[in-house]
Design a protein around this ligand. Structure first.
Ligand SMILES: NC(=O)c1ccc[n+]([C@@H]2O[C@H](COP(=O)([O-])OP(=O)(O)OC[C@H]3O[C@@H](n4cnc5c(N)ncnc54)[C@H](OP(=O)(O)O)[C@@H]3O)[C@@H](O)[C@H]2O)c1
Length: 283
């Protein structure tokens, strides 16, 4: 299958491009290769490539979106719409990634969010991702919207991606203990997305590892898998709080996900987040 990937230098796009190249003809386009906000370039690129599947991994991240509404609209809404229009024009399917940040994250300890829960984003990123989903659905009937959450894997600088490296090196880390979500190992995300695509069931999916944790619990578990003692863990991990982070964009506090559509098509829940994290720590 010919697959066109946008945002291919990012965490998800980079892993997708490497993994899928083993079995497919992959056209991995970084931001510098294709700016998805350029409607004509998108249309030309898609018509020239004639892919069977487009996977949009381009996005403007949370704080950047809060600081630049115009750019957030362009990257998270208009660009996905242009890609979906082009997919429709050439008869391709589209996978568009979205986020647990479409939800409000309140109250704490509520049931995991399903596709039946109304989005209620609390920041610009979430609002533009909701609008981006709608734009993709509207422009291409053959679309898979994949909401995922707290994705980690090699090759990106982030707390979830790096905490086990830091702990292994004996570096102190600060871990937030008052915000919870589902986590997603990027390798598991790719496996499940390709399984979903093979079902041909278009719709909105929630693709995450099973279970819920805070950043602090994630760090604790990483330390445990590294074989650190409780004393070592306690001396290396300093607890901090979301409310003290002074972030540019507010984060929803409690956003675990559950996938009704996967259940309907007979897919089991993905493996527990601890099992996935253990594999990442060992890799
Ligand atoms: N990572 C997570 O925890 C997480 C959680 C939930 C959902 N998601 C979703 O998963 C998807 C992939 O996220 P990710 O973590 O892989 O993001 P990422 O690492 O930030 O990568 C996004 C990529 O998009 C590129 N990009 C930005 N503007 C672009 C444009 N106008 N045209 C083309 N490319 C552009 C960026 O390139 P430049 O840096 O060069 O601009 C970057 O390489 C996104 O839809 C995101 O909303 C991610």
């Amino acid at each position: 299958m010919k697959i066109l990937i946008t945002g291919a230098a990012g965490l998800v796009g980079g892993h997708l491009a490497r993994r899928l190249a083993n079995a497919h003809e992959v056209l991995a386009l970084k931001h510098s290769d294709l700016d998805i906000t350029d409607r004509e370039a998108v249309r030309r690129g898609v018509i020239d490539a004639m892919p069977a599947l487009i996977m949009n991994c381009a996005a403007l991240q949370v704080d950047d979106s809060e600081q630049d509404l115009v750019k957030a609209q362009a990257v998270n809404v208009d660009g996905p719409c242009f890609l979906a229009e082009a997919a429709s024009e050439v008869g391709a399917e589209i996978v568009h990634f979205s986020t647990q940040y479409v939800f409000a994250g309140e109250p704490l300890e509520r049931a995991p969010y399903t596709v039946n829960d109304e989005p209620y984003p609390v920041n610009v990123y979430g609002r533009t991702k909701v609008a981006g989903e709608a734009a993709v659905r509207g422009a291409c009937a053959h679309s898979y919207i994949v909401r995922t959450s707290w994705v980690y894997g090699s090759g990106k600088k982030s707390f979830l991606c790096d905490v086990h490296h830091d702990l292994r090196a004996g570096k102190k880390v600060r871990a937030i203990d008052d915000i919870w979500s589902s986590t997603t190992y990027v390798e598991d995300l790719i496996d499940r997305v390709m399984t979903i695509r093979s079902t041909g069931q278009y719709g909105t999916y929630h693709v995450v590892n099973d279970g819920i944790c805070s950043y602090y619990e994630f760090a604790l578990e990483a330390g445990r898998f590294l074989g650190l003692t409780r004393q070592q863990i306690d001396s290396l991990i300093e607890i901090t709080h979301e409310r003290d982070m002074n972030r540019i964009a507010v984060r929803p506090r409690y956003t675990p996900l559950r996938c009704l559509l996967s259940e309907q098509v007979g897919l089991p829940p993905m493996r527990d987040w601890r099992v996935a994290l253990a594999e990442y720590v060992r890799a």
